[in-house]
Each structure stands twice: as C-alpha cells, then as structure tokens.
Design a protein around this ligand. Structure first.
Ligand code: SF4
Length: 343
C-alpha cells in the first residue's frame, strides 16, 4: 500500500508540451527532482521501455509519465455518473487487478497528462453552453485516477476552480488516493463532488495494490468534507467472497465511525457490482498471473455491452441480494443519504 505521493521513474515530454506554461513547469520540476526526461514526438513512440519481459515492462509503464497535448477535444459520454468525461489525464499508477483501464489502455499502460488545460476547459464551456438551462456534469476520472497525479500537475485543481465559476457546470471524480491537501483550498463553490472509492477490507488487500489504505482514504474524505466539498462514496467493485456481507458491513461501520456527523445526509453513494469482459480476463491473467480474482464466466450472467463486448455480471438473484444488503447498510449507518445508482 502506498503512503507517498506518486513520483514517476521516467518522464517523456512531447516537444509541443513546452509551448504551454504547465509543460515548462513540469519540465523544470522533474529536472530539479533528478528524474530522467526523454523527448518524444508522440506518445505512440514511447516504446522499448526497460524490462526483460511484458510483465516487467507493464510495471515500468505504470510508473512512466508522458507529458503531452490532448489533441482530441471531443468528450466521451460518461453515463450513469455524468454527461461527459473531461480528459485531463489517462492511465494510473495503481495496480488494481480488476481495473478496466487494463483493457482500454491495451499495450500503452503509461500515464499521460495533458498540458493544454485551457483548451480542454474552453471545450467544456462549449458543452455547458449547448445544454443551458440544463446542468452539465463532467466526470474527471473516467480514464485515470486523476487525484493520484494532481499533486504534480494541479490541472484538476484548475478545473475545479474553473467549473466553480460556471453557473451550469458540475465536476465529479473518484479516487483511491489520499493526497488531497493541495485541493482543500480550491474555490470549488459547491460545484465539485469529490468521491472516494471504498471497499471491504478483503477486496482492498487482495486486489488494490499500489493505492492508499482505507484509513488514509477516510482521513482524506474527512478533510475534503470539512473543506465544504460535496462528498460521495463509490463502493466498487462490489465483489462476492466468503464473508462478504460482514466485510461490507464492517466497511459501513468504519465509514460511520470516521466521518464527521454534521451534514451526513448530503453524502451520496454509488454501488457498482464487479464485472469483467473476456478481453479483460486475458489481460488480467497476463499482468497479474497470481490473482485470486474470480473470473469464471460460467458463474456469471452475460450482459450485452457497447461495441459488441459483453460483460459478465453477477446472476440476477445475487445482484438483488447485493443491492438489498448494501442499501440496508447505507440506510442503517447513513440515514438520509442518497443512492445515486446501482449497476
Ligand atoms: Fe484503476 Fe482506479 Fe486502481 Fe488506478 S486506482 S488502477 S484507475 S481502479
């Protein structure tokens, strides 16, 4: 479990990144830190990372940062949690065995941060304008754990303050990291929902290496709540194992004992059951060959998905039991809190 904020082992800079103040700032920062900086014309050229085999290369990639420009300014949809995904970064230094990024990032699991933040925010403004008078929500953690790298870039902080000034924009993101101190004084104007991903102890210990321990996440959640941010928890992936009901109740007891009592009814919850795809199963077996993650298609229910790639979710009766059990805990320990969705 990490306690220290992420520091890349290797940095690649796209030359155009130096045309932006953040690009220059990062170049200076990494030079001062004595981190090796390589030039690359495009992130696609980031090949030949050190490592004897795929297993080692994957680990090196997860601690490699590419500083570049976001060229595609078309935002993806991000249902059910928001209207759009705002692209500030891709990739993550965490090693969660079940992470969906393993398949979406394919052979390029390194972390990319984009320095043309102003252009990204201008685009966000256009999306907001198109939907006025409706509220437009942006999800900042669709393609990375943005909080985990923001102590280096502060682009999330800039986005929080930008959305804070809009009338119809809202921002949300989720994290498994506790390095939130630089975000506490951001002028969020109640327009950003800061969520933490939490889970039963068993799931965190078995499947979430390289992320902050639950106790640290809850300390950070308390600070964020006291800084006036709307707060939420995503319980995901909800995973069935022997003793899961006790495990998830312990989680809620822990949340109850650690969080301030005031304004609790403002805390939101999102529940997401574990799912996997066939391509994900293959990648997980390659990257985490020792994993205990249960990925048996026979035990699951097939659910048709986008692009023809279906997901394996829990059986209907198991889903019902998961939903009822967790809602019961939420109502017992956080009466008045709202469940945004179960999926
Ligand atoms: Fe994936 Fe989130 Fe874990 Fe990072 S912290 S590896 S984004 S699940």
């Amino acid at each position: 479990m990490v306690k220290k904020p992420f520091t890349p082992q290797l940095v690649y800079m796209e030359p155009k990144a130096l045309d932006y103040p953040l690009g220059q700032e990062l170049h200076e920062k990494f030079t001062r830190m004595g981190i090796e900086i390589k030039q690359t014309t495009s992130h696609n050229q980031v090949r030949n990372l050190p490592g004897k085999n795929d297993f080692q290369k994957y680990r090196v990639a997860k601690s490699t940062l590419v500083v570049g420009i976001r060229k595609t300014l078309k935002f993806d949809n991000s249902k059910p949690s928001a209207e759009y995904a705002i692209p500030l970064a891709t990739g993550c230094m965490g090693h969660c065995h079940y992470c969906y990024l393993q398949t979406t990032m394919g052979s390029k699991p390194y972390i990319r941060t984009y320095v043309n933040v102003e252009e990204i925010l201008d685009e966000a403004d256009k999306y907001i304008d198109e939907r006025v008078p409706e509220i437009t929500r942006f999800e900042a953690s669709c393609t990375s754990d943005i909080v985990g790298i923001d102590h280096l870039t502060h682009s999330l902080k800039q986005t929080i303050e930008h959305i804070g000034q809009t009338k119809h924009g809202r921002l949300r993101f989720v994290t498994k990291f506790h390095h939130v101190d630089h975000l506490l004084d951001a002028k969020h104007n109640n327009k950003t929902r800061f969520r933490f991903s939490v889970n039963a102890d068993y799931v965190i210990k078995q499947f979430e290496p390289g992320t902050s321990p639950l106790s640290k996440r809850l300390e950070a959640a308390t600070k964020v709540f006291e800084a006036g941010y709307p707060l939420g928890f995503i319980v995901a992936p909800i995973y069935l194992y022997s003793g899961w009901k006790e495990g998830y109740e312990k989680l809620f007891i822990e949340l109850d004992s650690k969080l301030p009592r005031k304004d609790r009814e403002k805390i939101t919850f999102e529940f997401i059951q574990h799912r996997f795809t066939k391509p994900a199963k293959r990648v997980i077996a390659k990257n985490y060959p020792m994993t205990k993650l249960e990925l048996d298609e026979e035990k699951r229910k097939y659910k048709w998905g986008r692009y023809g790639i279906g997901k394996y979710v829990y059986q209907t009766d198991e889903q019902k039991e998961i939903k009822e059990t967790l809602i019961h805990y939420m109502e017992k320990y956080f009466p008045g809190s709202k469940l945004e969705y179960f999926t």
